[in-house]
Structures are given as C-alpha cells and as structure tokens.
Design a binder for this molecule. Structure first.
Ligand SMILES: Cc1cc2nc3c(=O)[nH]c(=O)nc-3n(C[C@H](O)[C@H](O)[C@H](O)COP(=O)(O)O)c2cc1C
Length: 187
C-alpha cells in the first residue's frame, strides 16, 4: 500500500437479476481490491428501495435507502461500476442510481468500469458511456476497463470466470482502483 489510510472501495451493480453475471464480475474485482488492502462492499441495487430521480418534488422526500446508498458511495475512495450492456448502453437501473448522485459522491474518486454482454461484441458501448458519466461527475476513471462477452457462458456455477486470463483482468480493475485511490489519498 502507498498510503496508511484504509481505502474503502464499493461496487455498484447495474443488474437486479438473480444470478447476475455483473454481480459475479464485481465480486471478483472486489476480491482484487481486498487483496491489496481495501475494505470492500458490493452495493446490490436490488437490496435498496430507490426511486426514480425527479419522482418527488423535494429530494428530502426520497426513501431512506437513497440516502443510505449515497452515503456509502460518498464515503468510498474507489468506486467500481458494473453494468450489463443493454441496447448498446449501460443499464437503466445503474443510470437512475447515478442520477440520484452528485459531485459529492463522485468528485475526485477513482472509478473502475466492468461490463458484461450477452453477445460476442462485449460491453464496449456501455463502458464508453460510463466513462463519460464518470468524467462528467469529475471522477478519475482509470484507463483500464474490462468487458466480458457472452457472459452467460463465461462463468461456472460458483461464479468464477472460466477464462483465468479474463479473471485476472477483472481483478486488476479492483486492484488498480485501490492503488490509485491510495495514491490520491496519500499526503
Ligand atoms: C433489455 C436488454 C438489452 C440487452 N441488450 C444487449 C445488447 O445490446 N448487446 C448484448 O450483447 N447483450 C444485450 N443484452 C444481454 C445482456 O447484456 C446479458 O444478458 C447480460 O449478461 C446481463 O447481465 P446480468 O447477467 O448481470 O443480468 C440485453 C439484455 C437485456 C435484458
């Protein structure tokens, strides 16, 4: 570690589906973060009662889970965004979660991107668009990202990637986010 500060890395999962491959990929990336000393937490959006941004007149009327989620992201030094490719973009679930947030959750945070897709072309479009969102929120999106094509066949029944090279690349995202967050937070 380059910093004595305890680095906290969260993974935001953009799929609500039970048995989600995005969830599995984030779990691997967070293991990479943990290996280099991060405290990690996977934020499964299916466990939060959120609301569409703008559905209530006053943000103070948001359900409590919105504030709990925002607080966790605000506390994080590193943020992993995981998404399935949906219609050539990232998921609406993740978009809404991001729309509930502001600079205070993202500015100067280190962000890593992971995408999965059903098809063989991968999640490149989703990743490109998330890169723009990260930059817009003034986060440091690391240059390295990872896309897992044909996700339904890529994992075994225990949620491990069958391809060890791909698994290592996913872990690297978690590791790099932690290490750059530690660098950023060092004196
Ligand atoms: C609404 C919707 C749109 C999708 N669009 C694409 C797409 O554009 N390209 C693609 O390769 N797969 C597409 N898929 C397949 C998903 O990327 C794939 O099933 C992925 O594994 C889902 O992630 P999950 O396992 O985390 O739920 C789409 C799936 C859904 C439900």
């Amino acid at each position: 570690m380059v910093s004595n500060k305890q680095i906290y890395v969260v993974g935001l999962c953009g799929s609500l589906r039970q048995g989600s491959t995005t969830h599995a990929a984030l779990t691997i990336a967070l293991a990479g973060a943990k290996e280099v000393g991060a405290e990690v937490e996977l934020l499964d959006l299916s466990e939060y009662q959120l609301i569409f941004h703008g559905a209530v007149a006053d943000e103070s009327e948001y359900p409590p889970d919105v504030f709990i989620l925002k607080e966790k992201v605000k506390r994080a030094h590193g943020i992993l965004l995981g998404t399935p490719e949906y219609h050539g973009s990232f998921s609406g679930v993740l978009k809404n979660a991001l729309d509930l947030m502001r600079y205070e959750e993202f500015e100067n945070k280190v962000v890593g991107l992971i995408g999965v897709s059903g098809g063989r072309m991968g999640a490149g479009n989703a990743l490109s668009m998330l890169r723009i969102v990260g930059a817009t929120l003034r986060a440091w999106v690391i240059p390295n990202d990872v896309s897992i094509p044909r996700a339904s066949q890529a994992f075994d029944e225990n949620g491990n990637l069958r391809d060890p090279e791909l698994a290592a690349r996913v872990k690297t995202i978690g590791r790099e986010v932690t290490q750059f967050a530690a660098l950023y937070n060092s004196k």
